[in-house]
Design a protein around this ligand. Structure first.
Ligand SMILES: Nc1ncnc2c1ncn2[C@@H]1O[C@H](COP(=O)(O)OP(=O)(O)OP(=O)(O)O)[C@@H](O)[C@H]1O
Ligand SMILES: [Mg+2]
Length: 262
């Protein structure tokens, strides 16, 4: 192991993780034998086709679900669900942006309330209105956006609002589940640029799930390829894009019409 890898203990870690659904003959193995370390300040992309287990993996990382084998560690420890203060720290530290801002933003709430919601529910101290203005600014929205409703914004702007909400409680880790898949191609690039800039400026740790290896290629230093619930390849992204080792990765890459230069 090199010095760099030794220096940073993982923020989130999956150790021999498996998740099966159902029982007996109807058992589905969604994930099997997955090892994954997410180190502070790094960006990890998870790619794979539909049914590969991407959402299952994210749900385990976010502690929305528990593994049937192995362990999920947060800052080196399993999350003790009975320790409510620890769970609240975790919920604040690991935030998610979902695929579709149409369904993830409550249409009856003003943008200001939407963005302030995690501050309320996680009991984050401080001036909420000021914090909302600040994070709206980070994603390129004016302060008066807070008084309007999600429906008054375009798809790209709504996804910016979802990103502002995720950043409001100052998380260390931002998790994206297909965060640009529902957007038009032109808007997609802008939101990817925004995520890249925020990651650098805020020193965020990023975990990004996408069926699109090109999206992960633009944003993530390291890429994990999931196939049938198993990690078939894991490598620095430039290396994976230019020298894919596993036939499945090679197939995924062949399906991409044009790839950005790594
Ligand atoms: N609650 C559940 N009950 C039973 N099987 C499930 C459940 N959730 C997921 N699965 C199965 O686990 C496997 C992995 O599903 P998962 O949703 O993690 O895939 P995915 O990679 O996110 O796919 P997609 O790209 O379509 O979102 C699939 O075979 C799926 O049918
Ligand atoms: Mg999914």
């Amino acid at each position: 192991m090199n010095q760099h890898a030794e220096a940073a203990a993982p923020l989130l870690e999956l150790v021999g993780v498996g998740r099966t659904y159902g029982s007996g003959r109807r058992t589905t193995t969604a994930l099997s034998g997955v090892d994954l370390a997410v180190r502070p300040g790094r960006s990890v992309g998870i790619v794979g086709e539909s049914g590969a287990g991407k959402s299952t993996l994210l749900r385990l990382l976010l502690a929305l679900d528990r593994p049937t084998q192995g362990q999920v560690l947060y800052r080196g420890e399993p999350l003790a669900h009975r320790d409510r203060a620890a769970v609240r720290r975790f919920r604040r530290d690991v935030q998610i942006v979902f695929q579709d801002p149409r369904s993830s933003l409550d249409p009856r709430m003003t943008v200001g309330s939407v963005v302030a919601e995690p501050l309320r529910s996680l009991r984050v101290p401080g001036d909420r209105r000021a914090r909302v203005t600040e994070v709206l600014g980070w994603v390129g929205l004016e302060p008066d956006a807070a008084d309007r409703y999600p429906a008054q914004f375009s798809g790209g702007q709504r996804q910016r609002i979802a990103i502002a909400r995720a950043l409001a409680p100052s998380p260390s880790v931002l998790v994206g589940d297909e965060p640009v898949s529902a957007l038009d191609v032109s808007v997609r690039e802008q939101v990817l640029d925004l995520l890249r800039r925020l990651r650098t400026e805020l020193g965020l740790t990023l975990v990004l799930v996408s069926h699109d290896i090109a999206v992960v290629g633009q944003l993530c230093e390291e890429t994990v390829v999931l196939h049938d619930g198993r990690v078939v390849e894991q490598a620095p992204t430039p290396q994976l894009l230019t020298h894919p080792q596993h036939p499945y990765t090679q197939r995924l890459l062949a399906a991409v019409p044009h790839l950005p230069a790594p």
